[in-house]
Write a protein that binds this ligand. Sequence first.
Ligand code: SF4
Length: 294
Amino acid sequence: QVYVGLIADLSYSNPHLSPFDEFQRLKLHPEIRKHLEGGKRVAYGARAITKGGFNCLPKMSFPGGLLLGCDAGTLNGSKIKGSHTAMKSGLLGAEAVFEALKEGKGGEEITSFEDRFKDSWLYKELYAERNFGPAMHKFGNIVGGAIAYFEQNILRGSLPFTFHDTTPDHATLKPADQARKIEYPRPDNKLTFDKLSSVFISNTNHEEDQPVHLKLSDPDLPIRENLPKYNEPAQRYCPAGVYEVVDADDGSGKKFQINAQNCVHCKTCDIKDPAQNITWVTPEGGGGPNYPNM
Ligand code: SF4
């Protein structure tokens, strides 16, 4: 089995960009293609991850639980693979829980996890790499990459200051008429596919009559503001084709359609909508994608 994926920074500025279609395009690269040709697509999924490394670590303990780096992106800002950091955070968590159980503690907050984390090589590694992503975002790939290389290979992560990404992802889009149009090739149905057939193999299921779990604060805003200004980017940033701009049945113009049953619960819309008008809420009855082999 071959697993292939693409992490698209949600701080992108071109509203014509479609992370799903960028991923399809990536599969056509000769170095990726050679591993996929002759194979059969068996699964699909999408998820927003926190990949800001050290600078975006949340509070990691709460009464009755610990937040561990269970996916490669959570505790990993810049390395290509973060499995070792995820595993280490799991080990530290297990040690902290074991210690608490020995002391007879029950459901209270295990704050010693934070101390163990700060004393570990995991903390030092993340701290040393903290400027990698922000430097690239602030100064571009060439200058930012040079700063990151200098810091990590010459200074060994000891730059005396920290760059921060301060612009939220929903505020980075340029107006559509000021951004380069992107034409994506049609799917060949061998290596590249469309959204709907991909969603089908994510085993996404929601009860037919359940309330829509994607809430709009202002239902008219997508057509009134997002469409003229950004060509309604939800049509492209959603990796499951949930949002469509279609002709209204009564001939009154365009309407914003939400195909909530397709939602794979990635939460991109909640993060990237430029007006912050969309809120993803938990669907009824545990509906959503089912990724048995991923
Ligand atoms: S509707 Fe939102 S949460 Fe659901 S798949 Fe699309 S972008 Fe992700």
